[in-house]
Design a protein around this ligand. Structure first.
Ligand SMILES: Nc1ncnc2c1ncn2[C@@H]1O[C@H](COP(=O)(O)OP(=O)(O)OP(=O)(O)O)[C@@H](O)[C@H]1O
Ligand SMILES: [Mg+2]
Length: 233
């Protein structure tokens, strides 16, 4: 579905990604784990067209997307839920969600909203609350809901567990699994390697802009290097 081949990105003279290669197949949850500054967010931005790679190629459903503008990539079915959630604080939850639906035909929006409320029942109760007053967990839910309303084929999540309590982290990850079961492929970027490896089918480990390990999530969770560096064992 998504094939990233030999992508390199630099910010000025600073190299952020060095020839990274990975893929996501239809129906999969693939996770990219790595420490602060490893290049996880850069990878997602590159796929969604917000930054352009220096070299390499990105294919989505067989089409080359690495030179397309971001809005066209979104239209093809790739949606990124950004790190840090960034809501429009003065808009209500309802208005924030509608922004995610701007690409959809009007007659599909009600169905899309219904589907999202099934995954996030708590948002329904808070529809008319200003987004700036939501709790961290509610904000994450709203950010994911906004992404889902666009009905993506590939949903890219950037650190959905950041700053959430253990209970909410479990809730968010169980929702990620449900979204995937309902047919959406997922590329998940996380520092919480344990939870990410629990939920994903396959994983890649990113270190200072390079992929240093890859495999099934169940193999990597047992890998001595992953245990030592990312699971605190
Ligand atoms: N706009 C930018 N200008 C210059 N350097 C940048 C820019 N954005 C990112 N970088 C650098 O690129 C590298 C990779 O950053 P990136 O945000 O992709 O890391 P990350 O893995 O998402 O980290 P974190 O877990 O902290 O979110 C870092 O060294 C960072 O400082
Ligand atoms: Mg990041």
């Amino acid at each position: 579905m998504l094939t990233v081949s030999n992508i390199s990105v630099a910010y000025g003279a600073i190299s952020a990604l060095r020839e990274i290669t990975f893929n996501v197949e239809k129906g999969e949850i693939v996770t990219l784990i790595g420490a602060n500054g490893a290049g996880k967010t850069t990878t997602l931005k590159c796929i969604s067209g917000l930054i352009k790679p220096r070299q390499g190629e990105i294919l989505f459903e067989g089409k080359k997307i690495d030179r397309l503008p971001a809005h066209q990539i979104t239209k093809m079915g790739i949606v990124q839920v950004p790190e840090g959630r960034k809501p429009f604080v003065d808009l209500t939850v309802w208005e924030n969600l509608l922004l995610g639906a701007f690409n959809r035909p009007k007659n599909e929006i009600a169905t899309a909203l219904e589907r999202v409320f099934n995954s996030f029942p708590r948002l329904r109760e808070r529809l008319h609350q200003r987004a700036g007053t939501l709790s961290g967990g509610e904000l994450q839910m709203m950010a994911m809901a906004r992404g889902l309303i666009a009905n993506p084929k590939l949903l890219m999540l950037d650190e959905p567990s950041m700053g959430l309590s253990p209970l909410l982290v479990r809730e968010i990850f169980s929702i990620i699994r449900e979204i995937n079961r309902a047919g959406t492929s997922i590329l998940l970027v996380e520092q919480n390697a344990f939870m990410a490896l629990k939920v994903a089918h396959r994983a890649y480990v990113l270190e200072t802009g390079r992929i240093v390990l890859s495999g099934t999530a169940s193999d990597l969770i047992e890998h001595p290097k992953v245990k030592a560096a990312y699971l605190g064992e």
